[in-house]
Write a protein that binds this ligand. Structure first.
Ligand code: UT7
Length: 332
């Protein structure tokens, strides 16, 4: 049976930086409040003409080159995004595939909000283990600034733009295999984090995003509590199911939504500070892009070595959540 191996990582962040200080000129907030409640200091904002697919393409080019795999050898492209280039079609994954010169590959987007990268990881693993695909490009890319209401201080201080990508390929070597991926959802909490209209359930004027309800709305405090409770249990479960102790994890890479959530989950699992990967201060919450962007930071700082075990966890709109145990397995 083939196993799925996590071969490489790449990421892209737009140049423009939006600081907490900048936000104080837009809404009634302060650097002190944002830093204390979220740990965020700044976030990146894409250029007006820069699309989600443009960022995803740049991240994917780096991941492909680091994997040493040619675009023509990719047989599936899956993109996790809640800010696709187009409302319905074409999918962002097909645009990215075309940009990269990938032809005849299966390509589609998935919508699982901040848990998107764990979902695409599970999809890649399943397709490879079932022998349906061999070389899968997975991407998390978001232009959240396009769906953020910059008059709502409860949300606009949190979100940023960026993209990350990884190449997952088949291997016969079990020591390289992604150990486990777990994903789940509970749609009865859908109203905690949503873009309320703009879909088939409403009449809307797409040009007036506010009237159309296309901006993100969040019941932040309730979401926070469910996130801490759910993630702590989910991570405990995946460690226990695989007989792995938290102290033997090399890198804990949580979704970067809020430092306080990361700290609460990390403390509950007795993670040491040196195990926890943090990028929330400089990128804010980039939803489906946040985990691969954080893995890329780890890689570029030289701290991610072949064979090291990563524990990923994420929580987001849907509600969705998930976790994964992933050894880094670059091709020699
Ligand atoms: O990524 C997907 C999942 N998302 C998350 O996990 C995010 C979860 N939620 C959060 O990160 C936090 O709930 C927030 C950072 C959004 C808010 O922090 P909080 O500690 O839960 O604050 P709160 O919503 O309970 O609000 C406390 C106070 C309120 O004022 P009053 O009613 O106590 O007078 C808010 O109006 O803080 C006020 N407030 C602000 N003040 C200054 C809310 N936003 C701001 C702001 N600046 N930006």
């Amino acid at each position: 049976m083939p196993y799925a191996a996590f071969r490489s990582i790449g990421a892209y962040v737009p140049q423009k930086v939006l600081t907490n200080e900048d936000l104080t000129k837009m809404v009634d907030t302060s650097d002190e409040w944002i830093t204390k409640r979220t740990g965020i200091k700044e976030r990146r904002i894409a250029a007006e003409d820069e699309k989600t697919s443009d960022m995803g393409t740049k991240a994917a080019q780096i991941a492909l080159s680091r994997a040493g795999i040619a675009a023509e050898d990719i047989d599936m492209v899956v993109c996790a995004t809640i800010s696709p280039d187009y409302f319905c079609m074409p999918s962002t994954a097909t645009v990215i595939a075309a940009n990269l010169g990938i032809k005849n590959a299966t390509a589609f987007d998935i919508s699982a909000a901040c848990t998107g990268f764990i979902y695409v990881l599970e999809i890649a693993k399943a397709f490879i283990e079932s022998k349906t695909k061999k070389n899968v490009l997975i991407i998390g890319a978001e232009k959240l600034s396009a769906i953020t209401d910059y008059t709502d201080r409860g949300t606009c201080i949190l979100f940023g733009d960026g993209a990350g990508a990884a190449v997952i390929t088949a291997t016969e070597d079990k020591s390289e295999a992604i150990v486990d991926v777990h994903t789940a959802s509970d749609g009865s909490f859908g109203d905690l984090l949503m873009t309320p209209n703009g879909g088939s359930g409403s009449k809307h004027d797409a040009l007036d995003k506010e009237a159309a309800g296309c901006y993100m709305q969040m019941k932040g405090n309730e979401t926070f509590k469910v996130a801490v409770r759910t993630l702590t249990q989910d991570v405990r479960d995946i460690l226990e199911a695989n007989g792995i102790q938290s102290e033997s994890i090399d890198h804990f890479v949580p979704h970067q939504a809020n430092y306080r959530i990361i700290k609460a989950v990390g403390d509950a699992l007795k993670m040491r500070e040196d195990q926890v990967v943090l990028t929330v201060a400089k990128y804010g919450n980039t939803s489906g892009a946040s985990i691969p962007m954080a893995i890329n930071d780890l890689y570029e700082s030289g701290e991610l070595k072949a064979g090291e075990m990563m524990l990923l966890d994420a929580f987001g709109g849907g509600l969705t959540w998930g976790s994964a145990l992933v050894p880094f397995a670059p091709l020699k």
